[in-house]
Design a protein around this ligand. Structure first.
Ligand code: AMP
Length: 621
């Protein structure tokens, strides 16, 4: 196992290339590096600007894209063309987000499957990965402009509760933005690193239990971490994905409306006045972090807010966050007194009342010396520096130099163990069959960074046989990868209903030289864009084919329940989808999938029974 650094331009091994740390946030994102002279982490910013780049993307009618502060100004004027909070959609299906649909002002597609969501802007369909990659591209561009050097490598942070799919989606977004993502790390771990916990050979921090309280603009997270000899372990997470500074602003607006004697509904009829009040509320809130009274006049109406009033307003909301802290401790099996460090993250934790409430609850002072907006990115920069090998005191754990995964439908590579994962490690994922009565499944194990398995290195191939006959989608096949401390990979496949299982052992590094590993990494970067386009097209085709198959099956069983008109419209829509699948345009395929879904949804809802619903879901090998 080795840690490889390559120069993207020349393909040669390079030690001192810059690796940036990126906090890809729901509301704001930013980049940090270790300053080459001071050796301290710093957030990158142009003169007289903020280091924060709003995670907002605006698509104008001519097809131009703006990201950041400029895009934010379109949130009110062009809500349907301005994408915010794309992070909330990462690795999610429509089913996962449908209850929060009203939160998003742009169109999220319901394609009746459990595949990942897409956002529709007129005839274009964007995956959350593509949207996040636009933010990462902007960050990369800004960093290159400030540093005057190409930036090709990054460590990106994600919430501790992100699952495998969401982490992989974040990696893919980085790749699409032209970044080699050396590691994905947890935001609370990054914040701890920024406070010097877990590095600098800090003897006193060898064994710690850390609470990271993160209240941003739209989300609240509490994480309990354990640090043992340099390794962070997430003991528990809790929080509310729809609670943050924006809610505080809203409470202030309501308070002012009350005082003036109007309802918030009345105010919201005047979009521009509503916006002015919201912005004033945010200004008042920030101002009161360092003062006791805020006063202003808008359209001859005095707007006043005292610190005491603000505290009364937000008390219930902060009470909710404290309740989450309690639950998180309970889940971790930790007593308050065992917590050695409390770390404050997110702009909203600047509010003194919040600091006091958290400190009162944990009965300990909080760590709040580092800018709470920047602390996660600064920690990511520290992790990047460790990976670059610049932090000599730190023991570098063995990592997998290339990703390991299996072949899924359409010849796509499904990564189970991303490259640079610490070993020993284990990962597992569930798959299902593609055709009715399928009694065996071929499992092909590959190594490499490319999206199509044909471009990667095949390690092994085996069959899981004797799967009992069941309709497609019903068998549950768990595939587990286990890499031991010697780098030996054991792949196990087990069908959970019948218990049939099969296991093989491979040595991923066998016969592979450092130069070959390097070449494989280089190839993955030069082909990143084509690969991702091809993956999106293959996924769209698979989704289309799956939908055609389930629709056909549905029609076979239920023709009698459908009207002649429904049958005719369905046949036409199926034909157009079939045609689109033969072409090279993923947007056209998604459009035809949506059309067929819109036609079939009313009658499907009428007659679809549970069993068919189940048969339509699941990833197919
Ligand atoms: P983040 O998502 O971490 O960037 O946090 C952004 C949130 O922090 C927004 O709701 C801001 O209004 C809020 N915020 C920033 N500065 C302050 C401050 N001084 N006092 C209170 N809230 C703040």
């Amino acid at each position: 196992m080795a840690k490889i650094a390559i120069n993207i331009a020349t393909g040669s091994l390079q030690k001192d290339e810059i690796i940036v740390g990126i906090d890809l946030g729901t509301t704001n994102s930013l980049v940090a590096i270790i300053h080459p002279e001071t050796k301290m982490p710093v957030a990158l910013k142009e003169h007289n600007t903020s280091s924060l780049v709003p995670s907002v993307i605006y698509f104008d009618e001519q097809g131009n894209i703006e990201v950041g502060e400029n895009a934010k100004s379109h949130l009110e004027s062009h809500p349907e063309r301005t994408i915010f909070s794309a992070k909330r959609l990462m690795g999610k299906s429509y089913e996962d987000v449908k209850n929060n649909q009203s939160f998003f002002s742009y169109k999220i597609i319901n394609d009746n499957t459990d595949s990942l969501v897409k956002v529709q802007l007129e005839n274009q369909f964007y995956s959350p990965v593509e949207l996040s990659s636009l933010i990462l591209k902007e960050l990369k561009k800004r960093a290159e402009h400030i540093l005057k050097t190409p930036v090709n490598k990054a460590v990106i942070t994600v919430p501790a509760y992100f699952n495998d799919t969401q982490r992989q989606a974040t990696r893919d977004a980085g790749k699409l933005a032209g970044l080699d993502v050396l590691r994905i790390i947890n935001e609370p771990t990054a914040a701890s690193l920024a406070y010097g916990i877990g590095h600098n050979n800090n003897q006193s921090s060898k064994h710690e239990i850390i609470a990271v309280y993160d209240l941003g603009g739209g989300t609240f997270d509490i994480s309990i971490l354990r640090l043992n000899d340099g390794i962070f372990e997430v003991l528990s997470t809790n929080g509310d994905t729809y609670l943050g500074g924006d809610d505080i602003d809203q409470l202030i607006v309501s308070h002012w409306c009350n005082k003036i004697g109007i309802t918030t509904e009345q105010l919201s009829k005047d979009k521009s006045l509503n916006q002015t009040y919201r912005l004033k509320a945010e200004t008042a809130k920030k101002y009161l972090s360092n003062a006791s009274v805020f006063e202003d006049i808008v359209n001859n109406v005095p707007l006043v807010l005292t610190k005491d009033e603000l505290e009364i307003l937000i008390a219930p909301l902060i009470g909710k966050t404290i309740k989450c802290c309690e639950l998180s401790l309970k889940d971790a099996g930790i007593k308050k007194t065992e917590i050695t460090n409390i770390i404050m993250v997110g702009g909203s934790t600047r509010i003194p009342y919040i600091k006091h409430s958290v400190s009162d609850f944990f009965e300990k002072p909080v760590n709040d010396k580092i800018n709470p907006d920047e602390v996660v990115a600064l920690g990511a920069a520290i992790q990047a520096d460790i990976l670059a090998g610049n932090n000599k005191e730190l023991l570098l754990l063995d990592v997998t130099p290339l990703s390991l995964g299996i072949e899924t439908v359409g010849g796509l590579m499904d990564v189970l163990v991303p490259r640079n994962s610490k070993i020993p490690t284990t990962a597992s994922r569930q798959y299902t069959t593609q055709v009715d009565g399928q009694s065996s499944m071929r499992i092909a194990v590959f190594q490499g960074e490319r999206d199509m398995v044909k471009d990667n290195r095949k390690l092994a191939n085996f069959n899981l046989s004797n799967i009992p006959a069941m309709p497609a989608g019903l068998p549950k096949v768990d595939i587990q990868f286990l890499i031991n401390a010697d780098g030996i990979l054991t792949v196990t496949a087990k069908e959970s209903r019948s218990g049939v299982f099969q296991q093989i052992e491979v040595k991923p590094q066998y016969g592979l030289t450092d130069a070959e590993v390097e070449q494989m990494l280089l190839d993955s970067i030069t082909h990143a864009k084509d690969d991702i386009v091809l993956r999106a097209l293959t996924e769209a085709r698979t989704e289309g084919e799956q939908l055609l198959k389930t629709t056909e099956k549905f029609l076979e069983k239920n023709t009698a329940s459908l009207t002649q008109e429904e049958l005719l419209h369905t046949a036409n829509a199926m034909q157009s989808l079939q045609m689109a699948i033969t072409m090279e345009d993923k947007n056209l395929i998604h459009q035809k999938i949506e059309e067929l879904n819109n036609i079939s949804r009313p009658y499907a809802e009428r007659v679809m029974d549970q069993a068919i619903g189940k048969a339509m879901t699941g990833k197919k090998i």
